[in-house]
Design a protein around this ligand. Structure first.
Ligand code: NAP
Length: 293
């Protein structure tokens, strides 16, 4: 429960920029942790239209904002306004967390940390594992970086648009993470699935309110090995149809909630410079999601 929600003349500001931003769960999660810590901070949503991005960031610098999260559509557009960017954000090509440095704003990407957190619980020989990633959008970039950090022997990215897939492939060619990456059209899935140790859905297929949809059919799921990890980045509903079908085939299911919590926890820890109460953030999110779905 929140201990202290007082805003005073010394309260420091954090927040999230996006457009639209009204759907964001970040304010709930961060303010729950801030209140629990009795930290003199407040975290606010800022709807920033793309044409005002530069002014918004300059305004944040001028008004003492301590740091902010970045969501769609600004994750790439924010980069030119930063004076430094972490290696992981460079590899992903997107920033979701901005913090103050002596020379200006610094940017990093905590989605990779968030994605990896629930995987580290599982003892695996990751360097012998093949990952199949469904989708080639923004979240897929954090997932590919995460799989490269795990040391997966191969990362196979599946998409529906050959040109976008080829562009995605080119983007990783000079990456310091250098994943062994191949790109495939959906028709090739029956050849890929039997070797998959990790199957990750980064598409929005199956997201609320389209709860019955799944990126894979039951027949395709039957091609999976037992104990493949099926990971859906979606967190509403929990579980998705994709995860229910995968579990029926003996797969280990991971949904997107922990990724959401852990990317937020990593950002807050960076801003506050102290450990943050992850369980408080988890509880706050679960509570708000139970009302929403
Ligand atoms: P995005 O950039 O729009 O990418 C979506 C990808 O899915 C694209 O490659 C798109 O293909 C593909 N796709 C969409 N509809 C499809 C369909 N019907 N059939 C086949 N492919 C389809 O979105 P994003 O930011 O990566 O987010 C993707 C999902 O991840 C969302 O559900 C989001 O909520 C979730 N997510 C969760 C977390 C978390 O913390 N748990 C973090 C980030 C994202 P095209 O490019 O060909 O259109």
């Amino acid at each position: 429960m929140a201990k202290n929600t007082r805003i005073t003349a010394t309260t420091k500001l954090l927040g999230v920029i996006g457009y639209p931003i009204a759907h964001s769960l970040s304010p709930v999660m961060h303010n729950a942790a801030i209140a629990h810590l009795e930290a003199d901070y407040a975290y606010l949503p800022f709807p920033v239209p793309p044409e005002y991005l530069e002014q918004a960031i300059a305004g944040f610098a001028a008004t003492g904002v301590q740091g902010f999260n970045v969501t769609i559509p600004h994750k790439q557009a924010v980069i030119p306004f930063l004076s430094e960017i972490s290696e992981i954000a460079q590899a992903v090509g997107a920033v979701n967390t901005v913090y103050r440095t002596e020379r200006g704003w610094g940017g990093t990407n905590t989605d990779v940390t968030g994605f990896l957190a629930p995987l580290y619980i599982h003892q695996r020989h990751w360097n012998q594992n093949i990952a199949v990633v469904l989708g080639n959008g923004g979240a897929a970039r954090a997932v590919v970086a995460g799989c490269a950090q795990l040391g997966c022997t191969q990362v196979q990215v599946v998409g529906r648009d050959r040109q976008k897939l080829e562009a995605f492939h080119r983007d990783w060619a000079n990456s310091p993470l250098s994943p062994t990456l191949s790109v495939h059209l959906w028709e090739e899935l029956p050849q890929l699935l039997p070797q998959a140790d990790l199957l990750i859905n980064t598409t929005p297929i199956g997201m609320h309110p389209h709860n019955d949809a799944s990126p894979l059919t039951l027949d395709e799921m039957k091609l999976l090995k037992v104990e493949t990890i099926a990971y859906d980045l979606i967190y509403t509903p929990r579980p998705t149809t994709f995860l229910q079908l995968a579990e029926k085939q003996g797969a280990i299911a991971i949904d997107g909630l922990e990724m959401l919590i852990q990317q937020g926890a990593a950002a807050l820890q960076l801003w506050l410079g102290q450990p943050v109460p992850v369980e408080v953030m988890r509880r706050a999110l679960k509570e708000v999601l139970s009302f929403e779905v």
